[in-house]
Ligand binder design. Structure first.
Ligand SMILES: [Fe+2]
Length: 156
């Protein structure tokens, strides 16, 4: 049988779990960036951004779990070490960012990297007729596009 127990092509599913692991790694770097921004942000927007970054990382943490569990659902193993994450991730690592504009720009750049990965996965999951992953990517994409709009409005 060339299909998995949930009825998807075995080879396509195996390839999808690799792509989803790439997304997981990128999300983990994004998450860690947000923790750093939450901690290190300074200036007149401190109270606003300190809280906003916490909201973002709490939300990311849930999404990270959903992505990892999708990988498991598809029969793969989610990456779970920092080494693997930094090897695979394309999201820029933010270090000692204290400036508000720089911080928000880092979030925008990180989200645009995530969007690229998600669009690639969407193409792949579409070919594999994997509706579960399609729906997940669609939700992530539309939500992140909206967040980018709001961050851009803040940056003016
Ligand atoms: Fe905190």
């Amino acid at each position: 049988m060339n299909t998995t127990i949930i009825g998807l092509d075995k080879q396509m599913t195996a390839s999808l779990t690799i792509s989803l692991n790439t997304l997981l790694a990128n999300f983990q770097v994004y998450y860690q960036n947000l923790r750093g921004l939450h901690w290190n942000i300074k200036g007149k927007s401190f109270f606003e951004l300190h809280v906003k970054f916490e909201e973002f990382y709490t939300d990311s943490q849930e999404k990270i779990d959903v992505i990892a569990e999708r990988i498991l659902t598809l029969g793969g193993t989610p990456l779970h070490t920092f080494n693997d994450y930094t090897e695979v991730s394309k999201v820029p690592v933010g270090k000692n960012v204290t400036n508000d504009v720089e911080a928000v720009n880092l979030v925008v750049t990180s989200l645009s990297e995530l969007l690229k990965v998600e669009r690639n996965i969407l193409e792949e999951s579409d070919q594999a007729k994997d509706e579960g992953t399609n729906a997940m990517m669609s939700d992530l994409i539309s939500e992140q596009e909206k967040t980018i709009w709001m961050l851009k409005a803040w940056l003016n």
